[in-house]
Write a protein that binds this ligand. Structure first.
Ligand SMILES: *[C@@H]1O[C@H](CO)[C@@H](O)[C@H](O)[C@H]1NC(C)=O
Ligand SMILES: *[C@@H]1O[C@H](CO)[C@@H](O)[C@H](O)[C@H]1NC(C)=O
Ligand SMILES: *[C@@H]1O[C@H](CO)[C@@H](O)[C@H](O)[C@H]1NC(C)=O
Ligand SMILES: *[C@@H]1O[C@H](CO)[C@@H](O)[C@H](O)[C@H]1NC(C)=O
Ligand SMILES: *[C@@H]1O[C@H](CO)[C@@H](O)[C@H](O)[C@H]1NC(C)=O
Ligand SMILES: *[C@@H]1O[C@H](CO)[C@@H](O)[C@H](O)[C@H]1NC(C)=O
Ligand SMILES: *[C@@H]1O[C@H](CO)[C@@H](O)[C@H](O)[C@H]1NC(C)=O
Length: 427
């Protein structure tokens, strides 16, 4: 674990044993639109009445242009440059394997070679399967063929090795090349080409790489290279990105450089509620102050700290909070083993799992609906299910993974060092 970069290195081993790559990070495609939507879409934008919603006219207009206009990319680039030159874009996120992963299609090299990667707010390396990856590790994964890119440049003596909190790992050589992230083009970005990856990645055929977006964490390239995140932020019309993961759906999206008021309930007066990041944090780490379960079991603590991590499927909270939740679940048990423990409950004797609510100092409350709290079946006991909330040791920061993030619209605002949440329609 010498190279471990994650805060979640002490997660009970059993969880990983059971689910392998599932607990660690993950995220596809832009969805085409047909002209018939233009009218209704424009009307919706015009009717926006939320007094708290501050539209970014230039970004919104340019976004609409990109989406709807018949201009060629070159003409668009000219129009956008005339409007200030900054970039923004949208990238689809598709749920696979029951929300275990959310995949996005990102372009690498010139011309762009598109690979399915997951965007991981809990790490900083951007690595992909490549033409350097040894044949036995490649399997059916798509690879970045370095020789097919006119702009790929090796970093002299550049190597990288990453180990994630679940024990999965990868290493390889370092290059610089162009990246297309939802139409935001990052030139000379640090791209880590895999030579070898661990079994967790080999067996996960959906993922061709990981795209780290941690707040300000260095990557694992040697000699040290700038992170893609640090190269991305100055290019954006606003130094932020947003996440709208969607349960069991391909309609999720990341936006870069702008907040998409159509992805949360801005029409109903809802707005983004911000919480500052913890001072000195290299992760997207912040405080929450209370937990409410089923409207009855409450716990308050002014200094609960958590990291928002798309790279973790579950919510990993301290034992006291997890116990409080499962106290409200009939038949729930903490199944101890020599290597750790896991909260389970009978799959079918419940009417429904209770909602899980998390409160912030700004007064905002995020509700994770009970149906999102039922994570999977427990393979080692009959009619037993595993909850989407599990325990992390009290000394470690708590992790709010995809179970939490898919319940909200989230703004990762690097410029103001804050994270914001807003209510959205859930499926
Ligand atoms: C690749 O996919 C094919 C068809 O889905 C499957 O039969 C084969 O086992 C896969 N190969 C590997 C190495 O996983
Ligand atoms: C790369 O490695 C070689 C051989 O070890 C060394 O001579 C050279 O100075 C290194 N270059 C850089 C930029 O570190
Ligand atoms: C996911 O969506 C598919 C089709 O939209 C549906 O058949 C399936 O039951 C859904 N699964 C869950 C877990 O909601
Ligand atoms: C960070 O430090 C400043 C100055 O000490 C303090 O005012 C601010 O409240 C701190 N922010 C957080 C989120 O702790
Ligand atoms: C509040 O939470 C922090 C961090 O989780 C913990 O260290 C502290 O003991 C808690 N305080 C109380 C009174 O529970
Ligand atoms: C785990 O807990 C469930 C109750 O949630 C129980 O029915 C099951 O027998 C336990 N399994 C093991 C392996 O301990
Ligand atoms: C939880 O999900 C499993 C399938 O993953 C399903 O069989 C079970 O009925 C669900 N239980 C609850 C309480 O939603």
């Amino acid at each position: 674990m010498a190279t471990n970069i994650s805060p979640i290195c002490f997660i009970p081993f059993l969880i990983f044993l059971l689910f392998g790559a599932l607990v660690q990070a993950i995220p596809t495609n832009n969805h085409g639109t047909d002209g018939s939507n233009i009218a209704s879409r424009s009307i919706k934008v015009d009717l926006k009445t939320n007094p708290n919603y501050v539209p970014n006219g230039v970004a919104a207009y340019a976004h609409a242009l990109k989406k709807w206009s018949s201009k060629t990319p070159g003409e668009l680039a000219e129009s956008l440059a005339a409007m200030g030159g900054s970039m923004f874009g949208e990238l689809g996120a598709t749920s696979v394997k029951g929300d275990r992963e959310f995949l996005s299609s990102v372009g690498f090299g010139t011309p762009f070679q598109f690979l399915d990667v997951y965007l991981d707010t809990g790490s900083s390396d951007v690595w992909v399967y490549s033409s350097l990856t040894q044949a036995e590790d490649v399997g059916n994964h798509s690879t970045w063929v370095i020789a097919h890119s006119k702009t790929a440049t090796p970093v002299e003596n550049g190597t990288w090795i990453v180990q994630y909190s679940d024990g999965s790992a990868a290493y390889g050589k370092v290059f610089t090349d162009s990246i297309n992230l939802g139409d935001v083009i990052i030139d000379k970005a640090t791209i880590e080409a895999a030579i070898s990856v661990s079994d967790e990645f080999i067996s996960d055929e959906d993922i061709d790489g990981i795209f780290g977006l941690a707040y300000s964490l260095p990557n694992r390239a040697s000699p040290q290279q700038p992170t893609v995140m640090s190269a991305l932020l100055p290019l954006l019309s606003q130094p932020l990105f947003t996440i709208d993961l969607r349960h069991n759906s391909s309609n999720g999206a990341y936006t870069f450089g702008y907040i998409d008021g159509t992805r949360f309930l801005s029409d109903s007066g809802e707005h983004v509620h911000y919480t500052p990041l913890a001072n000195g944090s290299t992760f997207w780490q912040f405080e929450f102050v209370s937990v409410h379960i089923g409207g009855t079991n409450d716990v308050h603590n002014d200094s609960f700290s958590a990291i928002a991590d798309t790279g973790t499927s579950l919510m990993l909270l301290h034992s006291e909070v997890a116990k409080l939740y499962y106290d409200a679940v009939p038949g729930a048990q903490y199944n101890y083993t020599t290597s750790g423990g896991i909260w389970t409950y009978p799959c079918h004797t419940l009417p429904a799992l209770p909602d899980f609510e998390l409160g912030f100092a700004n007064g905002f409350v995020v509700t994770v609906p009970g149906r999102y709290m039922n994570y999977s079946v427990f393979p080692y006991a009959e009619d037993t299910c595993v909850g989407g909330l599990q325990v992390i040791p009290d000394d470690d920061p708590q992790i709010l993974g995809d179970v939490f993030l898919k319940s909200v619209y989230a703004v990762f605002d690097a410029g103001e060092a804050q994270i914001g949440f807003a209510k959205k329609d859930l499926d």
